[in-house]
Design a protein around this ligand. Sequence first.
Ligand code: SF4
Ligand code: SF4
Length: 302
Amino acid sequence: MLTQVHLLLTYMCNSECDHCFVYCSPAAKGTFTLQRLRHVMEDAAAVETVEWVYFEGGEPFLFYPLMVEGMRIARDKGLRTGMVTNAYWATSEEDAALWLQPLSQLGLADLSISDDPYHYEKRDDNPARRAFAAAKSMGMAASVISIEKPSVATAESGGRGKGMPIVGGNTRFRGRAVQKLAEGLPGRPWRDFAECPYEDLREPKRVHIDPYGHVHVCQGLLMGNVFEQPLSQIEKDYLPDSHPICGPLLRGGPAALAEEYGFVHRGDGDYIDACHLCYLDRLSLLERFPHCLAPRQVYGLG
Ligand code: SF4
Ligand code: SF4
């Protein structure tokens, strides 16, 4: 029962954060056209259970007129709207209000602003703080997304037992985080990761749709393409247990996916978290399952 559609309006971003799941950057390709946006909104609205559309990326404010038009279409279709931004545009609180006013008038129901040390080293005054203050003073519903950088702590219990090093913080090790942040951090044995802890792969309530039409159940893990089939049909046809990647993940997490396809482990067979193993499993399967694992750019390729 899908209730939320999150549109990756663009893979382009003014930033290039080390932890970015989908390898966004100023040079990243892939942005919705208005025609494609209309198509996807039509499709989303045709799924009776969908209530929300989120605009995110990449950085959706880079394509401000398209984003505003998307909100207008969503409103006309009776959908609630949310937005995720790094607020690079908030040069002052007063200026931030200029950017927010049209969104407020269109009934934006949830503004999520990234504000953490990955995005802004300066913690007391930064664009995210200014945007948040402006939104609040305008009576808008706003919240902050904060991802902590990884830190090494000592386990009090767990797979390797008391006293062993574990990685703290809420960074998830997929996408660019694997390339940029994994080096030198302690891992756990691959067999420890016997479930997906974060996504409901059996009955997804939320999917991400990118400018190529890919419908992601987790970033880079697909259930279909809205430019080949309507979203309602994709949802109806989705058989999670028979899906070549979701099936093994449901049966036994990233460890089962590795076993099913004979994944060759790194030297010590240790991984920082479930996503780390899952992401590397999937990276090794890209050529074999191109319809389930795409686009290549979210795997740091091409
Ligand atoms: S994490 Fe957000 S702000 Fe950072 S590069 Fe990715 S989309 Fe841009
Ligand atoms: S374990 Fe895999 S499917 Fe689950 S959230 Fe992590 S990367 Fe996504």
